[in-house]
Design a protein around this ligand. Structure first.
Ligand SMILES: [Zn+2]
Length: 477
């Protein structure tokens, strides 16, 4: 029944058909209103919370950091106007990615498994960002190029279904409507796909990549899944045809040679993702070791082997491998973080702490380093220092549920109970559990008691969250 579960990627094309809006969930009185940029932003954030409540996510700070910085790099040279983005990393080995209205960028772990180079990874994202910048989500080409509220609601609801693979009857009805409309939309889809390829290729080149990566990835995917009875949904709905490959190949060949094809950093992050989806660390270690036997200078394989060994408890072997890597690249953040991970596993906390502090003097704003610093402070019972470090982290990541989760834990440990409830409220709101979020603020208000400025601040935040909750309920019909 793949047909009834459109992938995230196809939704860009699903809304092109006239008459599609008939059975959509209503959004109260606003059902005929055009979405303003600010509303689009808010709807996107509210919807992201809903999506987070439905799907399993990857919360590795290094992976998050990589996806965020690589997408921002592409966005910089893209035609995307509103560059306030939020990210979700979906824990699925299936090939998929999307960029949805409201600036929500989603990446499946499976994108890393399938994209063999950074250029290939970037070409999928450049294609998705082009759907966003060209407003393929809006129906037809209206003068305003703006989408209507129920349309955006349906689009976002559809993405939730696709991502969650959910069987909820209420949202399944929307999926049915979409499925019925798919046939008619093929023509529009193809147009949109071609345009997304074309704009994506331009963007890749402007961002410094070699756009030849796009046809290269398409070609490999086609070969790989040609005889597969169950290809990934990405390919069912995003058919990679000979003509599409030829078309992108022709366009890409016009680019100046010399663009970036790959990076060491991509490969190291890819090794992390591969290990996540390996059945056991032992199997991962075996595969990386085989690569290393072939080429003992293969640093990526050695890194993969080391982190598989840490995960599998072969700590001495991991230490030897990391020693070799750090000898050649003593300042590589990724190797240092692996060493920190090993030291933490070995309970050598002061070693880990001094390494993190040293790295932070070089890279003070680095998110994974700052996160592991917090973890270390907590392990050493320094909750007060951890709380301060987290307040700092919140300045750059105010909408990151993983950070708010840690803030709540840490405030609890340091005895800041009102702050604990406030942080829990932010966490629950970001992951779409508004009932709990609002209840946490009730607890906070009760504690705040006669502290009027504080309790009225909490009250104001509670009203905002209630409003967001209402928006989501309306969105889901
Ligand atoms: Zn597409």
């Amino acid at each position: 029944m793949t047909f009834l579960r459109p992938t995230l990627l196809t939704l860009a094309c699903l809304l092109a058909s006239p008459g599609f809006a008939d059975d959509l969930p209503s959004l109260g009185d606003a059902s005929s209103a055009i979405v303003s940029p600010q509303q689009e932003h808010q709807l996107g954030r509210a919807w992201l919370a809903l999506l987070r409540s439905q799907v399993s996510q990857l919360n590795d700070p290094q992976l998050k950091d990589y996806v965020e910085s690589s997408v921002y790099r592409l966005v910089e040279t893209s035609q995307v106007n509103d560059r306030r983005l939020e990210f979700i990393l979906i824990n699925s080995p299936q090939l998929n990615a999307f960029a949805a209205p409201g600036g929500i960028v989603g990446v499946n772990g499976g994108l890393f498994l399938n994209a063999q180079t950074e250029g290939e990874y970037a070409s999928v994202l450049a294609h998705e960002l082009a759907h966003l910048s060209q407003r393929h989500f809006a129906r037809g080409v209206e003068a305003s190029q703006r989408m209507q509220v129920p349309m955006m609601a349906a689009l976002l609801a559809g993405i939730v279904i696709a991502a969650a693979g959910a069987g909820d009857a209420g949202i399944a009805a929307i999926a049915g409507t979409q499925a019925a409309a798919i046939q008619e939309q093929r023509r529009f889809s193809r147009q949109n796909e071609q345009e997304a390829d074309r704009i994506g290729i331009m963007n890749l080149e402007k961002a410094g990549y070699d756009p030849r990566s796009m046809p290269t990835m398409f070609e490999r995917l086609m070969r790989q899944y040609r005889f597969d009875a169950k290809p990934p949904e990405f390919l069912l709905t995003h058919p990679v045809t000979e003509s599409r490959i030829a078309d992108t190949r022709n366009r890409a060949e016009q680019a100046k040679p010399g663009g970036i094809e790959d990076s060491m950093r991509y490969q190291l992050i890819r090794a992390r993702v591969q290990l996540i989806y390996e059945e056991t660390p032992g199997l991962g270690a075996k595969r990386f070791r085989a690569q290393l036997d072939e080429n003992p200078k293969n640093e990526v394989a050695r890194y993969g082997l080391a982190i598989a060994q840490i995960k599998g408890g072969q700590l001495n072997e991991a230490r030897e491998n990391l020693k070799l890597l750090l000898a050649t690249s003593p300042n590589e953040i990724i190797y240092n973080l692996a060493q920190v991970d090993l030291d933490i596993t070995n309970n050598r906390l002061p070693d880990a702490q001094s390494r993190v502090d040293r790295m932070l003097t070089q890279y003070p704003g680095n998110y994974p380093l700052n996160q592991v610093r917090v973890d270390l402070l907590l392990k050493q019972n320094r909750a007060g220092d951890a709380e301060k470090a987290l307040e700092n982290l919140l300045k750059t990541r105010p909408d990151d549920p993983d950070v708010w989760y840690m803030v709540a834990e840490t405030r609890g440990l340091s005895g800041n109970i009102i702050g604990l409830h406030q942080a829990r409220a932010e966490y629950f709101a970001l992951v779409g559990d508004y009932r709990q979020a609002i209840q946490q603020l009730d607890f906070a208000k009760r504690k705040a008691g006669s502290n009027f400025p504080l309790s009225s601040r909490i009250d104001a935040r509670q009203r905002e969250l209630m409003e967001q909750e209402r928006m989501i309920k309306d969105m889901m019909g």
